[in-house]
Design a binder for this molecule. Structure first.
Ligand code: AMP
Ligand code: TRP
Length: 333
């Protein structure tokens, strides 16, 4: 049977290899299966949980759409839209926030990381962020949510909220309980500068990530400068445990080549990093450069990107506004 897919990406610039391998590559495969119905959302309401510059935000929304299309999502087949253009997402978040419990939100590790030491200064939006995410997912009767490892806890919360709403109002099956689709391997790509830190848009060092808009020379340079360790490449997966940088680079290589980790380890065992890095740069350039060129081309075609968003908005609004109406009735409005 086909799946109902929903996922979101924040328009906060610097989409990188982690976003691609952890999430967007999976979106493309799901989009290519005719049995699935897919919705891919540019989650601009989530982006403003931290301060944004309005003009930069506008550009980043279009750039995210351009990235989806450049990576291979077909807007004729999948719904692509931005969250703020469908009011049901905000309204659903409020309704669900009256079901979600403080104790559940207090456990969210992403909030703790993002808020840092001074939690009093974090926005309320940053705290209630996972409720908005639950609204996104539940409005579309989503069955499966493709995301990177870091979103697993938010999805568990979404499932709890859906179950509580169904139970509290005695409407079994009103909200479908969504399943996460997290790749078994390579679902957490690490920084090129520190194999214990997640590759992230917000890392101050651009050398820590391969951006999907990087050109050939930038990619080669970043891999050349990527942190390694003094030993030759290991001969078993076991030996990678204590070597986070080597593990991350080999995982990136495996994922891009659709190889198992074991195969990649065998290919390079005992070799030095410079041989391996040559091969890694080669495959990265082969896979990322066409995406980068396409993003740069599409970004200049604002009319095309805005048309995708408008078409997507109509379709998404049609689904989500109906679900909100039913929620209102169930609640007693
Ligand atoms: P974000 O950019 O935070 O909106 O994330 C968009 C998608 O990319 C989510 O599904 C994340 O789980 C995924 N993602 C972000 N960073 C990484 C990473 N370093 N490794 C794997 N997946 C990631
Ligand atoms: N919170 C997700 C992230 O930062 C983005 C997101 C928002 C999302 N709404 C979603 C992902 C719904 C999946 C489904 O990566």
């Amino acid at each position: 049977m086909g799946k109902k897919i929903f996922s979101g990406v924040q328009p906060t610039g610097n989409l990188h290899l982690g976003n691609y391998l952890g999430a967007i590559k999976n979106f493309v495969d799901l989009n290519n299966d005719d049995k699935n119905e897919c919705v891919f959302c540019v989650v601009d309401l989530h982006a403003i949980t931290v301060k944004q510059n309005p003009q930069v935000l506008r550009d980043n929304i279009r750039e995210t759409v351009a990235t989806f299309v450049a990576c291979g999502i077909n807007p004729e087949k999948s719904i692509i839209f931005n969250q703020s253009s469908v009011p049901a997402h905000s309204e659903g978040a409020w309704l669900l926030s009256c079901v979600a419990r403080m104790g559940w939100l207090n456990r969210m590790t992403q909030f703790k990381e993002k808020a840092g030491k001074d939690k009093e200064k974090a926005s309320i939006g940053l705290y209630s962020y996972p409720i908005l995410m639950a609204s996104d997912i539940l409005l579309y009767d989503t069955t499966h949510v493709p995301v990177g490892e870091d979103q697993k806890q938010h999805l568990e919360l979404c499932r709890d909220i859906a179950q509580k709403f169904n139970n509290e109002y005695g409407v079994e099956d009103f909200f479908k309980i969504p399943e996460p689709l997290i790749q078994k391997y390579f679902s957490r790509i690490m920084s090129l500068k520190d194999g214990t830190k997640k590759m992230s848009k917000s890392d101050l060092s651009d050398l820590s990530r391969v951006n999907l808009t990087d050109d050939k020379d930038q990619i080669i340079n970043k891999i050349k400068k990527a942190k390694t360790d003094p030993l030759p490449l290991p001969s078993s997966i076991d030996e990678l445990k204590e070597r986070p940088e080597a593990k991350n680079l080999i995982e990136i290589y495996s994922s891009l080549n659709n190889l198992s980790l074991e195969n990649s380890v065998n290919e390079f065992k005992g070799k030095n990093f410079s041989d391996f890095k040559d091969k890694l740069s080669q495959i990265l350039v082969e896979k990322i450069n066409p995406i980068s060129l396409e993003i740069k081309k599409l970004i200049n075609d604002k009319g095309f990107l805005d048309k995708i968003l408008l078409e997507g908005q109509k379709k998404a609004d049609n689904i989500a506004s109906k679900k909100i109406k039913k929620m209102q009735e169930i609640i007693g409005f």
